[in-house]
Design a protein around this ligand. Structure first.
Ligand code: S3P
Length: 440
């Protein structure tokens, strides 16, 4: 897709106030389409993320013959076709910028009777896919990649799959979910062990659709050959989108914001844990459970932050939030050290290098390392510099630097922000409403 160059211009200063409901959780939205499509019966989804990534998944299932109504104000109705009801798509399935769509679908499609081809944009076509194709091959799948193990992926159908026991070398929910979805079609049991806890939305949603998932310590197992029964899915607001406002409110004096109905699954709350350790003022209220996922309203008031050594066990629990956490670190008193986060180099962009480059432009001492970053924060009274930074088409980089303007000495201009629509349609309007002086 030819993207227009959307430039964000954010005037310095301001504070974030009021109440805000950010869009639906991206991970849960993807999974609702996948499981709803394979289920028996009709699945009603509410709170669905109408962002490009989740819409790529939705379109892929339409291309495979599933009748899906919506999205209309976050409401999607999926007429499930059952485990064997998908049809051969007319052409390649285009996953756009979405790693989750490509990796999860690669597993699910390995179990179908027809061939498929998965393509993506420039960023997705450079991301590593052997982490899924190699264990899938162990299960009996036949998947073609480029010589360097990247997309396009050609998934051969009609290959008998067998369950495996796989110890993941990287803590990746995408790899785990891919293998569990393939495991639904495999003979016997598929078990995946993770080196550290990662988001468990697949396990929770499978259970919600009546499919047994056995969890023993760090291992999740499914037995192939079962079926899914349609169930309503209420998608909470995405904590990864709320995170921008959590950091923005923390670093800008006079802020007091409530983020409503946010998913606070324990495998996603690294950003809360890390910010609290830095001294942030965050309170959760109205805690409840919807459709097997915990949600809460999150109130954040400005507070002086201090630099910390980020505990490595929090890294997978905050993996998408590091771009904006680096901005928090730049405004904190003293040094913040991140290690054990090599994965950041293979996200939508190399988030270690790209954030370090942008922070340098804003005058921040940020030293990238192989697996993290060391940032010297300026403390409560510091101002960041102003300037023009490059998002490298990465939605979370664009939104992270938008929040940096709250503490900048002049405007922050961010280049190539079109991909903000992959995860947070309406970001500019929501941010303006909250008090950020942002224009596009
Ligand atoms: C996701 C898992 C994470 C995350 C991505 C969404 C998911 O990737 O970065 O944005 O929905 O399973 P990894 O599991 O590869 O770290």
């Amino acid at each position: 897709m030819e993207e227009q160059n959307i430039i964000f211009t954010v005037e310095p200063g301001g504070a974030l106030r009021g109440e805000l409901r950010v869009p639906g959780d991206k991970s849960i939205s993807h999974r609702s389409i996948m499981l709803g499509s394979l289920a028996e019966g009709t699945t009603e989804v509410t709170g669905f993320l109408e962002g490009e990534d989740a819409l790529a998944t939705l379109q892929a299932f339409r291309d495979m013959g599933v009748n899906i109504e919506g999205p209309d104000n976050g409401r999607v109705t999926i007429h499930g076709v059952g485990m064997r009801g998908l049809k051969t798509p007319a052409g390649p399935l285009n996953m756009g910028n979405s790693g989750t769509s490509m990796r999860l679908l690669c597993g699910l499609l390995s179990g179908q009777l027809f061939n498929t081809s998965l393509t993506g944009d420039g960023s997705l076509s450079g991301r590593p896919m052997r982490r899924v194709t190699e264990p899938l091959a162990e299960m009996g799948a036949v998947i073609g990649t480029t010589e360097t193990g990247t997309a396009p992926l050609n998934v051969c159908g009609d290959q008998p799959l067998r369950g495996i026991q796989f110890d993941m070398p990287v803590a990746s929910a995408q790899v785990k979910s891919c293998l569990l979805l393939a495991g639904l079609y495999a003979k016997g049991r598929t078990c995946v062990t993770e080196p550290a806890p990662t988001r468990d939305h697949t396990e929770r949603m499978l259970t919600g659709f009546g499919y047994a998932v056995e969890r023993i310590g760090a291992m999740a197992c499914v037995e192939g050959g079962g079926k899914l029964i349609a169930t309503p899915v209420e998608v909470p607001a995405d904590i990864s989108s709320a995170a921008f406002f959590m950091v923005g409110a923390s670093i800008s004096e006079g802020s007091d914001i409530v983020l409503q109905h946010v998913g606070v699954n324990p495998t996603r709350i690294g950003v809360i844990n890390i910010l609290r350790q830095m001294g942030a003022d965050i309170t959760l209220s109205n805690e409840r459970e919807v459709g097997g996922e915990p949600v809460a309203d999150i109130r954040v008031r400005s507070a002086p932050l201090k630099g910390i050594v980020i505990p490595e066990d929090q890294v997978p629990l905050a993996i998408d939030e590091f771009p904006v956490l680096f901005v928090a670190a730049a405004c904190a008193e003293g040094e913040t050290v991140l290690t054990g986060a090599k994965e950041l180099r293979v996200k939508e962009s190399d988030r270690i290098q790209v954030m370090a480059d942008g922070l340098h432009i804003l005058g921040v001492d940020a030293q990238p390392t192989e697996d993290g970053m060391v940032i010297q924060g300026g403390g409560a009274n510091c101002q960041l510099g102003s300037g023009r930074v490059e998002s490298h088409d990465d939605h979370r980089i664009a939104m992270a630097f938008s929040m940096a303007a709250l503490r900048a000495s002049g405007p922050v201009v961010i280049n190539n922000c079109a991909n903000v629509n992959t995860s947070f349609p309406g970001f500019v309007e929501s941010a303006q409403k909250a008090g950020l002086k942002i224009q596009n």
